[in-house]
Ligand binder design. Structure first.
Ligand code: HEM
Length: 471
């Protein structure tokens, strides 16, 4: 993991001043725009070195131009209304918010829309959606890409499932799942004839992946017997490289099968409701017209997909970060119950699962951000990881410190009306997981050096693909 280069750190501790978009001026010289930095999600090396890049971008200014390579929503926007192509940045260039204060400000600003169809006529909007692959449309119509009033109405429907009280009720179920997965790993090792502390486990496959997937499947009401098939579809989608998604027939077919499966499940829940979120939503739909069929599908899709790989990565990132820092590891082992919360918050800050928002936000009117003029129509992303390592906000940001007093101020879950609805659930799962894992297996350690572990590729999701451990 690259840390901030010393020269950038020096620049960063100086007060931030940057009046114009990415332009550097010296006396007698016209402004020179620095070269656009590519945040290359498709490059397997990108995430490992990303913090050094973010540090350079923060030093450039609070809002800079970057290029990401295009993605599906952006292509759809171009197909719907080419004349709406971004202002303030051209082609596949976006504006990128680099620092904590401005990232927070941008996420709270009502003039910045999440709907990629913003500013389009109904006909353009239709064209844009039609340009998307059919199986991707449920995500395009989901909470994450809607603005008020639709966003407000839909979010209200599911919010009660993620309150503190709802989380308390879930605790025993999550604890049981954690215990079962660890029991299973012990049994598998015993069957291979391994004994403690030399037993092997592939942490992602045996634990980090199945835990959140099972929790969200249960919450939604996906019957246990269907879960293995659903996981195959979701995995094909999530493992597919976003740049190659359109040519990945297996991923695309899997998404279509998942959609058809869900439509069938809604019918079943309509006839025989059970105690779960899908039944609740189907009921809400029949109660009035609060939720269209498209919206129901989109909601289930986004709840299932958004909580998937993110929480998997939080669990993996926490284990690797802790094991990579022996003094923090020792501190945690001395009091797993007392330190679990701190470890979760610091992991979210240090190696949060989402580096930056992957689909463009659209600026609805001219505005100022951190003293920088942002023109109407700009495509904008915010750097969550960059903000979480902003030295103006967090002291020694590149140090992993599970007792950091302000780690909970991280913005790994975003901010404002779109702040992650599943954050309380992800936090709870991770706290129970870390506490139980290190309490039961205090000798748990990496089977390979931390530096040899590979981060996954694509969609700005930070997480290790495989984490072989010994316990
Ligand atoms: C560590 C785990 C997680 C991380 C880091 C994470 C991160 C995020 C972020 C950054 C956003 C804001 C996106 C934006 O502003 O456009 C978001 C939104 C969302 N997340 Fe999560 N998430 C996690 C877990 C979950 C879980 C477990 C669920 C489902 C149960 C979930 C469901 C959602 C949904 C539905 C939204 C959209 C909310 C809205 O637009 O109003 N997430 N998440």
């Amino acid at each position: 993991m690259a840390t901030t280069p010393p020269d950038a750190q020096e620049r960063e501790t100086a007060p931030h001043t940057s009046p114009s978009l990415g332009a550097k001026t010296t006396p007698n010289e016209a402004p020179v725009a620095p070269p656009t930095v590519k945040l290359d999600r498709a490059n397997p090396e990108f995430l490992a070195g990303a913090h050094a890049i973010y540090s350079g971008l923060r030093a450039q200014g609070p809002v800079v131009r970057v290029s990401f390579g295009s993605n599906l929503t952006e292509k759809a926007r171009a197909a719907g209304a080419p004349e709406h192509q971004a202002q303030g940045a051209s082609g596949d260039e976006w504006l990128f918010v680099t620092r904590y204060d401005e990232v927070t400000e941008a996420l709270l600003d009502e003039r910045i829309a999440s709907d990629f169809r913003t500013g389009m006529t109904p006909a353009q909007s239709e064209r844009a959606v039609a340009a998307m692959p059919e199986e991707f449309r449920p995500i395009a119509h989901s909470l994450i890409m809607l603005d008020p009033p639709d966003h407000t109405r839909l979010r209200k429907l599911v919010q009660p499932n993620f309150t503190a009280r709802a989380m308390d009720a879930l605790k025993p179920r999550i604890q049981r799942l954690v215990d079962e997965l660890l029991d299973k790993a012990e049994r598998a090792a015993a069957e291979r004839g391994e004994t403690a502390p030399e037993r092997r486990m592939e942490f992602v496959e045996a634990f980090a992946y199945p835990l959140p997937v099972q929790v969200i499947s249960d919450l939604l009401g996906i019957p246990v017997e269907d879960q293995p098939q659903v996981h195959v579809w979701a995995e094909r989608f999530l493992q597919s490289d976003p740049q190659q998604y359109m040519t990945n027939q297996a991923a695309r077919a899997g998404m279509m099968d998942f959609t058809r499966y869900l439509e069938g499940l809604f019918e079943r829940k309509r006839r025989e409701p059970t105690e779960d979120m899908i039944s609740q939503m189907v009921h809400a739909q029949e109660d009035g017209d609060r939720l269209s069929s498209q919206e129901l599908l989109s909601m289930v899709f986004i709840l299932f997909i958004a909580g998937h790989i993110t929480t998997v990565n939080l669990l993996g990132n926490g284990v690797v970060a802790l094991l990579k820092h022996p003094e923090q590891h020792a501190r945690f082992l001395a009091d797993p119950a007392g330190m679990a919360k701190g470890m979760v918050e610091e992991t979210l800050r240090y190696w949060g699962p989402v580096d930056f928002l992957g689909s463009p936000r659209i600026v609805k009117e001219d505005l100022e951000l951190g003293g920088v003029h942002i023109p109407k129509g700009s495509k904008l992303s915010v750097g969550l990881a960059s903000a979480n390592w902003d030295p103006q906000r967090f002291e020694n940001p590149d140090a992993y410190d599970i007792s950091r007093p302000d780690a909970h101020r991280n913005i790994a879950f975003g901010k404002g009306i779109h702040v992650c609805i599943g954050a309380p659930l992800a936090r709870l799962e991770a706290q129970i997981a870390f506490e139980t894992l290190f309490r039961r297996f205090p000798k748990l350690r990496l089977a390979e050096s931390a530096d040899s572990l590979r981060l996954g590729v694509g969609a700005a999701m930070r997480g290790f693909k495989h984490i072989p451990v010994l316990f």
